[in-house]
Design a protein around this ligand. Structure first.
Ligand code: ADP
Length: 255
């Protein structure tokens, strides 16, 4: 299986919330077929950077491009439609949805058709809905949750809810997948499944950007690591370079 990834570049991104400079002149470059990790202590700006890339916040300055096309300032649904998908740190699936419905609903991050087509009973819309079900089944199979498809999403244990978040991110066949702390709360088996999945997506050509506290996981699967501290990139390199940098390890990562 091959997937089309896209090169995602953020250049010179700055963002302040009131007087608090959350990001200062941050640049990252994420290539297709690679896992790019963003790590750093709490409050260092990792989630803010993901929010910039996915169009939830506007940067004060800087540019973000997808295969060279500017995407900064676009509404989040347009960024999603352009092929950038993200997961959220706190899974927020509506309580009444089953697992498969929750994955189907994930698709509508990139869709603003709303209810009008269903009211008008447009055949094209219903054909698309059947395709959605197949895409959702495929996304669930990828994360190993097929057997749970008819359970209520909210009833899943935390680890499975995180995997469900990843399936929701995958259902729109993104070129770039942004994973926000997906490993936290996973047990050993779930972590292994997640790791294998990310490696499979990477090797199939997807662009994966990983914000992650599990440093060992990052060292195993990321080819490129950016270390953020107080809103700035304080180190950037391959896993072995980061691991060999005592200042980064002690001062910023506390390991
Ligand atoms: P991390 O993900 O690395 O823990 P964040 O990006 O969440 O860091 O936060 C970086 C800084 O930006 C923090 O000082 C945080 O308080 C601030 N911040 C993030 N989002 C907002 C917001 N919506 N409003 C105000 N301040 C924010």
């Amino acid at each position: 299986d091959t997937l089309d990834g896209a090169r995602l570049r953020a250049e010179g991104i700055s963002k302040a919330f009131g007087g608090n400079q959350a990001l200062s002149d941050v640049s990252i470059d994420a290539a297709p077929g690679a896992v790019t990790a963003i790590i750093g202590p709490n409050g260092s700006g990792k989630t803010t950077l993901l929010n910039m890339i996915s169009g939830f916040y506007r940067a004060d300055s800087g540019s973000i491009t997808l295969d060279g096309e500017p995407i900064q300032g676009l509404a989040s649904f347009r960024v999603a439609r352009g092929g950038v998908s993200r997961t959220f740190q706190t899974p927020n699936v509506p309580a009444h949805l089953t697992v498969i419905e929750a994955v189907e609903a994930g698709r509508y991050a990139a869709d603003r058709a709303g209810i009008l087509p269903s009211v008008l009973r447009l055949p094209r819309y219903w054909r698309a809905r059947r395709a959605d079900r197949r895409d959702a089944e495929r996304a669930l199979a990828l994360v190993g949750l097929s057997e749970q498809r008819h359970q209520l999403a909210a009833s899943l244990p935390l680890g499975n809810r995180r995997l469900l978040e990843v399936a929701r991110g995958l259902v729109s066949s993104p070129k770039v997948l942004l994973l926000d702390e997906v490993a936290s709360g996973l047990d050993e088996d779930e972590l292994e499944m997640l790791e294998e999945l990310v490696i499979r997506l990477r090797d199939a050509g997807m662009t994966v950007i990983l914000v992650e506290h599990n440093f060992q996981l990052v060292l195993r699967i990321a080819s490129d690591i950016y270390v953020l501290a107080q809103g700035a990139v304080v180190a950037h390199g391959a896993a072995d370079e980061i691991e060999r940098n005592p200042r980064v390890m002690e001062e910023y990562l506390g390991v």
